[in-house]
Design a protein around this ligand. Structure first.
Ligand SMILES: N[C@@H](CCC(=O)N[C@@H](CS)C(=O)NCC(=O)O)C(=O)O
Length: 205
């Protein structure tokens, strides 16, 4: 039987999918790429013309959105929130917020600290988008302010994975000082999970 193929770059947004795969105990064929694929992986264009990761190929179909792939991986497990559960729409909102609202400012920081050559780096953009991310990350702190352990449904779900990845990415960019205390404690719970540790170990293979 063919397993789904996950194209991944170390610590990129595709880590959401690898983390979900590890939490779900799902078998995948992991293909590690060098970042950014558009510079180092010309053959990948035939798989994903966007040249972004994640790329997920299953039954001849390509998926390219990290949160949507997490929904696919979580299907039928406790990692998803079902339509008949009270937190369903909050859950769906977190899934969309994860990339569109929270990862977007961090992507600008990555571009102007790591991807562009030295002469095109923009300290002002990095500072401005860090503050922008900080404002948006207040939504995580507000949700956790009642002392809850996980974002929704009183259990660990892919909402924690997709949002946890954004908070993790902020820490790798030196932007963790804009995260609130409840957010930092929740991120620690996320990052000490076996599933997260296994995913990060596997990407180094
Ligand atoms: N909305 C997509 C974004 C995918 C994306 O932009 N991935 C980045 C890695 S974090 C990428 O592949 N960048 C390479 C490039 O744009 O050249 C998602 O959530 O997966």
């Amino acid at each position: 039987m063919m397993h789904p193929i996950l194209y991944h770059c170390a610590d990129a947004r595709s880590l959401r999918c690898l983390w979900a795969v590890e939490e779900a105990g799902m078998a995948v064929d992991l293909r590690l790429l060098q970042f950014p694929p558009r510079a180092f992986e010309p053959d990948y264009r035939a798989v994903n013309p966007l040249m972004t990761v994640p790329g997920w190929v299953e039954d001849g179909r390509l998926m390219t959105e990290s949160a949507a792939i997490c929904e696919r991986v979580a299907e039928g497990s406790s990692l998803e929130v079902r339509r008949d559960e009270a937190d369903y729409w909050d859950y769906r909102n977190w899934l969309h917020r994860s990339d569109a609202t929270l990862t977007f400012p961090l992507a600008i920081m990555i571009r102007y600290t790591r991807v562009e050559p030295a002469e095109r780096r923009l300290a002002q953009a990095v500072e401005d988008y860090k503050a922008f991310f900080g404002g948006r990350a207040k939504s995580i702190e507000a949700a956790l302010s009642d002392g809850r352990e996980w974002l929704v449904a009183e259990r660990f779900t892919i909402a924690d994975i997709v949002i946890g990845y954004a908070a993790f990415l902020a820490t790798t960019l030196g932007a963790d000082d804009v995260l609130g205390d409840a957010t930092k404690a929740w991120l620690e719970r996320c990052m000490t999970r076996d599933g997260f540790r296994r995913a990060r170990k596997r990407q180094r293979a």
